[in-house]
Design a protein around this ligand. Structure first.
Ligand code: NAD
Length: 257
């Protein structure tokens, strides 16, 4: 039977890549995120090309009631959730003393608290089935820091704590929860922060790519979206049954330093 996979923030970038990877295996999908309606519909349709069904839910990850409705909708449509991928995330780059308070709150809400809400809503259904996979798209910034990203680094470190704690709670219920920690992947989220980082550091946009983003990525290459998708597929597989409460880095050697 086709698995049901919910991916938050899957109208773009890594989330869409993960949705495509599961769709290629015939999974049913619930996608989520913002963007132009025609683009979302085209992506949704394309996800059905391999035989699974895909539905879109526009829950705003800052709103707990909408997140609860996203999970309830997925459970009603497909009779349960097999894989939850917490991926929605935003970034803001600024020195801490100038960091806008509303941006701090928004980043903590979307990049950290929304995962608490999705997990909280999903767990009863997964416990009842004694089976489930939760995958949190964290970041190298869940393990190490960079300057000017206080909210993002705090939220991503928080996700690691959430991953570990929930793993212990769910370990005897056939449910695993892990984090994927990518280095830099060229997605709209990263493209958008290039001008801000250039401004904050007083360097050119090209220098941001080579001297900041890829400086610690030892391979000197950006991570491909498909590589994150393949790791999510692995974590959701039976072979990953004993992997829980931990992280898999895909960062070209960044956090080896
Ligand atoms: P992206 O900007 O391409 O995609 C972000 C997605 O989140 C979009 O679908 C967007 O609509 C959605 N989103 C944003 N705010 C939302 C909200 N309030 N409610 C619902 N959906 C919302 O970014 P990306 O680079 O693909 O990032 C995806 C995840 O990967 C994030 O958690 C990010 O922190 C993480 N990540 C990215 C990189 C990278 O280099 N791109 C590296 C490590 C981790």
């Amino acid at each position: 039977m086709a698995r049901t996979v919910v991916v938050t923030g899957s109208t773009s970038g890594i989330g869409l890549g993960i949705a495509r990877a599961f769709a290629a295996e015939g999974a049913n999908l619930v996608i989520n995120g913002f963007g132009p309606a025609e683009e979302i519909e085209a992506n949704r349709k394309a996800l059905e090309a391999h035989g699974g069904k895909a539905i879109y839910h526009g829950a705003d990850m800052t709103r707990p009631a909408e997140i609860a409705d996203l999970i309830a909708t997925a459970e009603t449509a497909f009779g349960g959730i097999d894989v939850l991928v917490n991926n929605a995330g935003i970034q803001h780059v600024s020195p801490v003393e100038d960091f806008p308070i509303d941006k701090w709150d928004q980043i903590i809400a979307i990049n950290l608290t929304s995962s608490f809400h999705t997990i909280r809503a999903c767990v009863p259904g997964m416990k009842a089935k004694k089976k489930g996979r939760i995958i949190n798209v964290a970041s190298a910034h869940a393990l190490v820091a960079s300057p000017y990203k206080s909210a993002y680094v705090a939220a991503k470190h928080g996700i690691m704590g959430l991953t570990k704690s929930v793993a212990l709670e769910l370990a005897e219920f056939g449910i695993t929860i892990n984090a994927i920690c990518p280095g830099y992947v060229l997605t709209p989220l990263v493209e958008k922060q290039i001008p801000d980082t250039a401004r904050a550091r007083g360097i050119s946009e090209e220098e941001v790519k080579t001297d900041v983003m890829l400086r610690l990525q030892a391979t000197k290459e950006f991570v491909a979206i498909e590589e994150v998708g393949a790791t999510a597929i692995f974590l959701a597989s039976d072979a990953a049954r004993q992997i829980t409460g931990t992280s898999i880095s895909i960062d070209g050697g960044w956090t080896a330093q």
